[in-house]
Write a protein that binds this ligand. Structure first.
Ligand code: ZN
Length: 322
């Protein structure tokens, strides 16, 4: 897998950060015949015969609940063909409806598919747009109340900020991204091939081993976070922390920041609250592992859509075949 194939990272839309502050401009986009509205329900999307459900303004009006009355979140403009002009993308949140009502909501016969499972049905561009929409939608749901005074807040700026309804407070807040460092740690013995540190996490299937990862603490550099997390989780000291790549991760709203690091020692002492196990593996061993979700009892590594897998693949590419 090469860098340009990283899932969720191929955003085709111009986010129009300045233009979207202009209410008249936004209104024109909403009413444009080119505009595309993507309904979201509790982080998941609708599909018609395995194609993403996308509606125009007229179809929203025809929907059972006249969804044009609901607030939209503006995502951005796609410049498809100069002769056709720009296409504005919006996401429209239908999470308030009960699941059994969803089938009546749209005139098209559609199916709700859990987002992670729907990725194989999406183009790289669609995956990026939907991950952006999912993260924004989650931010609104988890920020219904002002964090300063506790009063309700309302969406503003077409979904790109929220404002406290308490006039004495009136705090404005903006969407947040949680930085997470994720790192492939390599140990080079004096003799023999290099090894990488892969761990079995409590939250994943017992067969799956992956890189270490963790949230960045307040007032911590990314390099410090890598060093701290590896020490805390596996008891290993690292040096030479090198940035490799990043990936938006909409589960629910993180940015995964990927590194390589070199182990100073190879003695592992895991934190049992964080990990089930951690081991050093050679490239020859890792190349024999299966993919997460495969049948059989072999050890598995994360799916190709994840940066964990990308880091493993990048490391493997540097290791000689023996
Ligand atoms: Zn407030």
């Amino acid at each position: 897998m090469s860098d340009h194939e990283m899932t969720f990272s191929k955003m085709p839309l111009d986010r129009c950060s300045s233009l979207r502050k202009d209410k008249n401009w936004l209104l024109n986009q909403v009413k444009s015949k080119n505009s595309i509205f993507i309904p979201i329900w509790r982080g998941n999307y609708f599909f018609v015969e395995n194609k993403l459900l996308q509606l125009n303004y007229h179809e929203l009006e025809l929907s059972a609940e006249n969804l044009t009355r609901k607030p939209f979140i503006f995502l951005g403009l796609e410049d498809r063909l100069s002769s056709q002009g720009n296409y504005a993308f919006f996401v429209i949140d239908c999470s308030e409806y009960q699941e059994e009502k969803l089938s009546d909501l749209f005139t098209k016969n559609c199916q709700l598919i859990e987002f992670r499972k729907s990725i194989t049905l999406l183009s790289a561009h669609q995956a990026a747009i939907l991950s952006y929409a999912k993260s924004l939608s989650h931010w609104h749901h988890s920020n219904q109340f002002c964090g300063f005074c506790g009063q309700p807040s309302i969406a503003d700026c077409c979904g790109h900020s929220r404002k406290c309804t308490n006039e004495a407070c009136a705090k404005e807040t903006f969407p947040r991204t949680d930085p997470v460092v994720i790192m492939l740690v390599e140990y080079q013995p004096k003799n023999g091939p290099a090894q990488c540190l892969l761990a079995q996490h409590h939250h994943s299937n017992y067969q799956v081993v992956s890189t270490l990862a963790g949230f960045v603490d307040p007032c911590e550099t990314l390099e410090e976070a890598v060093t701290r997390e590896v020490k805390e989780e596996a008891g290993v000291d690292v040096s030479d922390v090198t940035y490799i790549a990043s990936q938006p991760w909409p589960f629910p709203g993180s940015l995964m920041i990927g590194f390589f690091a070199k182990a100073i020692n190879n003695e592992i002492n895991i934190d049992n609250d964080e990990l089930v196990d951690a081991q050093w593996f050679t490239a020859q061993q890792v190349r024999q592992f299966d993919n997460w979700g495969d049948e059989g009892g072999n050890i598995q590594i994360p799916r190709k859509e994840s940066i964990a897998r990308y880091l493993i693949e990048q490391w493997l590419a540097k290791q000689p075949h023996i």
